[in-house]
Design a protein around this ligand. Structure first.
Ligand SMILES: Cc1cc2nc3c(=O)[nH]c(=O)nc-3n(C[C@H](O)[C@H](O)[C@H](O)COP(=O)(O)O)c2cc1C
Length: 341
């Protein structure tokens, strides 16, 4: 059975990519993922926000020891505040570059790097060029400019996605993917417009930290970190709807918990499928099980390779395309059997 696929012009031995997360944060982990059959990995993102937290921690300690920030300044020398900001950024970048270099020396599967920066940050470009030089096979831009920002207009925020994508794709020659959220006013046309830039792939969709309330302590806590199999519905619908309407490759992400979910996404038209939560829950060895389900199913259905069934169930190839646009549970409580609810 030929499980190989091409994603963003890169050959993968199979369509399962281990998504950006703690599962891909060290060379040892990446090595194990390769041994378990991963088609590729996306390394844990380099987060500008994390760097800023580290900087804030440093500043707090410095303040406690030396007083207010202005008292750190001294004549004729570099401003220590800027200096430490620089050092912390450089240190994080250096470690990330080292991770890419070591992974590239150790594994033969494609290693993609992932960047998450602030809204107006100039670091997108700087990180992108450094990570390309370190040997990353591709870049994933983990982009999320929160819809909770009331200061900037929707147009201004949307324009930023295009601006950053254009600048990064101009600056590097490796393929670039956008990993986005589903939180756009006009999601379908937005995905289509993004695909028409010079990016080579899109990841539909990222999953985010969500706050929950502890009613005993009255504190905010994190809600479930991991997805559940029912979370597949959102990405499956949108991969199926967009598969034939985009000009770049698509990787599915969120709610892929077993081999059947991988099959569904390929049927919907995905070029690759990313997995995270399921491997946290079941262990990384579970990759083997997912691949074996895919292979067995292909055998049963007499499909010799992925292109034999890729996109077979996309909206554009469906005899009932309206079903992908259905929103209301019209007959859910109607008691009729064997109807689409
Ligand atoms: C613990 C954890 C850490 C994650 N870290 C990152 C990250 O660094 N960068 C990123 O783009 N996505 C990150 N994600 C999101 C995943 O890559 C993925 O898009 C999301 O979990 C949905 O896939 P899943 O349903 O298979 O978990 C993380 C997810 C989890 C659960």
């Amino acid at each position: 059975m030929d499980l190989s696929t091409t994603y963003m012009g890169i050959s993968l031995k199979n369509p399962i990519i281990v998504g950006s997360s703690g599962l891909t944060s060290s060379v040892e982990k990446v090595k194990t993922l390769e041994a378990c059959g991963a088609g590729a990995v996306v390394l844990k993102s380099i987060f500008e926000e994390e760097i800023m937290y580290e900087y804030a921690d440093f500043m707090q300690t410095a303040k406690e020891q030396y007083g207010a920030p202005q008292s750190f300044d001294y004549d004729g020398q570099r401003n220590p505040i800027e200096y430490y900001d620089y050092i912390i950024r450089e240190e994080n970048l250096k470690n990330y570059i080292l991770l890419i270099e070591k992974c590239k020396q150790t594994v033969s599967i494609p290693v993609m790097a992932s960047i998450n920066c602030f809204f107006h940050s100039v670091e997108w470009l700087s990180y992108a060029t450094h990570l390309e030089s370190a040997g990353a096979d591709a870049l994933e831009l983990n982009m999320f400019f929160p819809p909770t920002d009331f200061k900037h207009s929707r147009e201004a925020k949307e324009a930023l996605y295009f601006e950053i994508a254009e600048k990064v794709t101009q600056a590097v020659s490796i393929p670039v993917a956008l990993k986005i959220s589903p939180y756009f006013t006009d999601l379908g046309p937005m995905i289509q417009r993004m695909s028409n830039t010079k990016i080579k792939g899109m990841v539909l969709f990222n999953r985010f930290f969500s706050p929950d309330f502890d009613i005993h302590t009255l504190k905010v806590k994190s809600s479930f970190v991991f997805s559940t199999p029912s979370d597949l519905a959102m990405s499956l619908r949108w991969i199926a709807v967009m598969a034939e309407k985009v000009t770049c490759d698509l990787a599915a992400s969120t709610g892929v918990h077993d081999g059947a979910a991988v099959i569904k996404h390929i049927l919907a038209g995905a070029d690759a499928v990313q997995v995270v939560s399921s491997l946290y829950k079941n262990g990384v060895e579970y990759l083997k099980e997912m691949l074996s389900v895919l292979e067995q199913w292909m055998g049963d259905k007499k499909f010799g390779c992925l292109s034999d069934f890729k996109g077979k169930m996309s909206q554009d190839n469906s005899t009932d395309p309206a079903i992908y646009e259905r929103a209301q549970f019209m007959r859910y409580f109607g008691g009729k059997k064997n109807v689409i609810l």
